[in-house]
Design a protein around this ligand. Sequence first.
Ligand code: PMP
Length: 428
Amino acid sequence: MKFTESEKHNEVAQEHILGGVNSPSRSFKAVGGGSPVFMERAKGAYFWDVDGNQYIDYLAAYGPIITGHAHPHITEAIKGAAEDGVLYGTPTRYENQFAAMLKEAMPSLEKVRFVNSGTEAVMTTIRVARAYTGRDKIIKFAGCYHGHSDLVLVAAGSGPATLGSPDSAGVTKAIAKEVITVPFNDIESYKQALDHWGDEVAAVLVEPIVGNFGIVEPAPGFLVAVNELTHDAGALVIYDEVITAFRFKYGGAQNYCGVEPDMTALGKIIGGGLPIGAYGGSQDIMETVAPLGPAYQAGTMAGNPASIRAGIACLEVLKEPGVYEKMDELGGMLEEGIRRHAKTHGVPITLNRLKGALTVYFGVDGVANYDEAENSDGEMFARFFKLMLEQGVNLAPSKYEAWFLTTEHTKDDVEKTLEAVEAAFSKL
Ligand code: PMP
């Protein structure tokens, strides 16, 4: 496979765009460097790059593209929005329709607000929780990524961890002091943190199923215990469902796990590929927000008709019967094949999978928290990543990210992927 056109574009990108990319996780820094692939076009489960190479895509744009690229129903919705004018600065009936769909899917959302990104959604839930409780501190779990607002760039996973800066420079000591970090799946540590700081804590931020140091499920009872202990301390539980909402089940991780938070942050999938975020919670808590309450949040682009109409279309596709079962079945095929090839070729892996999402960690035996994910072999992952890319399989360039299936992947795609995995494992 040749990447000469990508390399040329990368040279230009390096000249004009800081680091050559508009989001750090797109760089190939963590997989041994080199030019990222410049994509030209995508359809269904496939990508074509500027050199004409074709790929099976498991990046799914880091999650949002759950119905595959350029899904006809979503494309129609976006075309309709473009023809009707993309931004009004007034309310639209589409926002009502979409808010009602989200509420129906997640009954814990008595009231919602649309914003433009997952970062904004999480940032705002924290502000609302602080305003509601009159307290300042938050607790987060190590290695969970909650966007790039100051407060959550402490012990952050995903991109920051990949690039070696889980505690970002530029976050003041005063802000970092307001964040308490505990290991995921460790209820004793969580209890100790609350015993110590409980009456100062406004909220705990939880990825109910972790997506940002790979796919890691909560241990049995963990989420229920977090809810109980947090409420006993007079604090709120915020679920960051930016990755998990509508990923594993219609209705999100709260539906899948059967545990309800006080507030929820959403993003990614609910925009069908266009920029969006949303947050919500009980009537009582949400009344803290302007214009009803004293906590301010606003946005020129918030609830823009293009993102909203794309989001409605995306959820309509996901509501169709059999969608999640199909992704689960293909996920199972991938898991079984990867495990089999790893055994044959003596490649030490841990594979965490839930439905249509999975992570392959190299050189570790079990991953239930960030430290275990961090200990996995990044160098071996980097070699695997490049070997897969050269065979036309596009993964995220980080050992901490997930492979995402879409509604458009087929058994044939999975079989081709497994052939590539076997060839890659034979060379590791
Ligand atoms: N929360 C989680 C759990 C995420 O995975 C991400 C993005 N990967 C964010 C928040 C931030 O979302 P965005 O990139 O849309 O700002």
